[in-house]
Design a protein around this ligand. Sequence first.
Ligand SMILES: Nc1nc2c(ncn2[C@@H]2O[C@H](COP(=O)(O)OP(=O)(O)O)[C@@H](O)[C@H]2O)c(=O)[nH]1
Ligand SMILES: [Mg+2]
Ligand SMILES: [Zn+2]
Length: 296
Amino acid sequence: MEFTGIIMKGYSGFYYVLDEQQQVWECSLRGKFRLKKQTFLPGDKVSCTKIDEYAKKGVIEEVLPRRSQLDRPLVANVDQVVIVMALAHPVPDFRLLDRMLIMARKHQVSPVLCLNKADLVEPGQASTCQKSYEKTGYPVLLTSTVKNWGLEKLKELMKDKITVFAGPSGVGKSSLLNSLQAGLTLVTGEISAKISRGKHTTRHVQLMVFSVGGLLVDTPGFSKLSLPQELKREELISYYPDFLEFHHLCRFKTCLHREEPECRVREAVEKGLLDEGRYRRYLEIIAEVVAEERRY
Ligand SMILES: Nc1nc2c(ncn2[C@@H]2O[C@H](COP(=O)(O)OP(=O)(O)O)[C@@H](O)[C@H]2O)c(=O)[nH]1
Ligand SMILES: [Mg+2]
Ligand SMILES: [Zn+2]
């Protein structure tokens, strides 16, 4: 008997495959895969054969083509990444955020920006931040797991999709997931406390079932992200959907929006139509891209 399913996790030689009836099967690989050095990632769609119906054991026969592959975390077929930043505690890392937006687009995964801990800042501060990123066209939510703000909206966006939660440590990723999915008990808390609890922190990448439909991935969080390899200076603008309408009006088609005359992007920043901080970070990134090009 054959069935298709999604790999939820791999663990010591076995793969745990969720079938369409929401049952998990412990599957091993046919020897031929080991020879072919084929990789199997969480999120991969596979076809399997049942070996033991009662004990829910099976064998993976084939991996179906991957739609996308994220590197951090290493997961296949991710539909969207919820980029979580805390508005305070820790202060938002907009440099990291802008890089994560670039990375998401590079991997053809749609980003959702979640500005969490909205309960810790003045409403005005939260909405200023929200408005400046809404110009990208990506959904930007203000959330609080303490006040239950924005969670219904986030839930709606996650329905029937494979969603990865990413962002720095301590911003509330695990807390959000615990609030969104009844029964989840991911470890949350201050960073130092989590390290001492060691074993229970998110190490293996694992997909979890979202009961309204869809799958979730929590990640341990990271603080640094490099730019995509071989990113060209003229390409960078395509990662800034908020800048594009102005870019098209610049005097020079090749405008990098630095010192060029009649730069409409720079003008838009001066007029307050684009966020100044985001523009300054763009200048840092373009400088990095140019420096990187020169190395080759
Ligand atoms: N005030 C406030 N604290 C929060 C919120 N969400 C999470 N926290 C706290 O922030 C800390 C880190 O949360 P955690 O979910 O472990 O962050 P993670 O490292 O991104 O998974 C914990 O102490 C949480 O209780 C929120 O919306 N408001
Ligand atoms: Mg966490
Ligand atoms: Zn320009």
